[in-house]
Design a protein around this ligand. Structure first.
Ligand code: NAP
Length: 249
């Protein structure tokens, strides 16, 4: 397939649904061969692959719990066996276990840290070995406005998402000498399954200057820019929000 990402390979964690799915479709549209990673939704992941193939692109679905080191290693090995290189990593997989601090169980804390922070470390470490040899690569880590401003009920989530920001800045400095960039995309409230159960929509909208939830495609647009645009080669270690104006730096 032709496009800015022809012959390039993108691994997108958690791309069976939501923001990851939108990113998979947009990067495939730029010509990338895409790995659609998922935890349990094999049917949904297969649908994403079918949609990409129907548009003339190439993709495979690979199951892996990216909070587990051995499964991450298997995921990256399977990607290399299939496609032989990795040019783009989007660390997107994430969960919430929301509850107020006093009610938060250690397992609620640990599950969110394990996937949303340790998962980012495990995937980045595994892929960076390959990118260092290739002397190129773009890493895009999905954080959240919760990691910048805090959010009641999300002590675990905001700690993990703030951790992703510090982690990415360090990775950006370590990998820059080989031309590899690492940036953070921080969404606000985006209409996906993750936000589908929120009851206090009216209250939330008061804090969004643009007065609405964002769409997954609006986050994917920034991911596309950071992954595919030649001029993004000089952007690294940055945090960019897609949040309708919730947090203004
Ligand atoms: P979502 O619709 O709930 O989708 C989550 C994705 O992560 C699914 O593909 C899911 O796979 C995958 N996943 C879950 N656990 C996994 C694991 N252990 N290993 C691998 N994949 C796993 O979420 P989303 O709203 O698109 O969010 C995507 C990212 O954006 C997350 O990091 C989230 O924290 C962040 N974010 C979202 C919002 C928002 O408002 N939606 C705002 C700020 C930041 P299965 O389908 O197999 O479960």
């Amino acid at each position: 397939m032709t496009g800015a990402l022809a012959d390039q390979v993108a691994v997108i964690t958690g791309s069976s649904r939501g923001i990851g799915k939108a990113a998979a479709l947009v990067l495939a549209g730029e010509g990338a061969k895409v790995v659609v990673n998922y935890a349990s939704s094999s049917g949904a992941a297969d649908e994403v692959v079918k949609q990409i193939e129907a548009n003339g692109g190439e993709a495979i679905a690979l199951q892996a719990d990216v909070s587990k080191a051995d499964q991450v290693d298997t995921l990256i090995k399977a990607t290399m066996d299939e496609f032989g290189r990795i040019d783009i990593l989007v660390n997107n997989a994430g969960i919430t276990r929301d509850t107020l601090l006093l009610r938060m169980k250690p397992e609620d804390w640990q599950a969110v840290i394990d996937l949303n922070l340790t998962g980012v470390f495990l995937c980045t470490r595994a892929v960076s070995k390959i990118m260092l040899k290739q002397r190129s690569g773009r890493i895009i880590n999905i954080s959240s406005v919760a990691g910048l401003m805090g959010n009641p009920g999300q002590a675990n989530y905001s700690a993990a998402k703030a951790g992703v920001i510090g982690f990415t800045k360090t990775v950006a400095k370590e990998l820059a000498p080989r031309g590899i960039t690492a940036n953070v995309v921080a969404p606000g409230f985006i209409a996906t399954d993750m936000t589908g159960d929120l009851k206090n929509t009216e209250e939330i909208l008061k804090y969004i200057p643009l007065g609405r939830y964002g769409q997954p495609e609006e986050v994917a647009g920034l991911i596309r820019y950071l992954a595919a645009d030649p001029s993004a080669a000089y952007i690294t270690g940055q945090v960019m929000n897609v949040d309708g104006g919730m947090v203004m730096h």
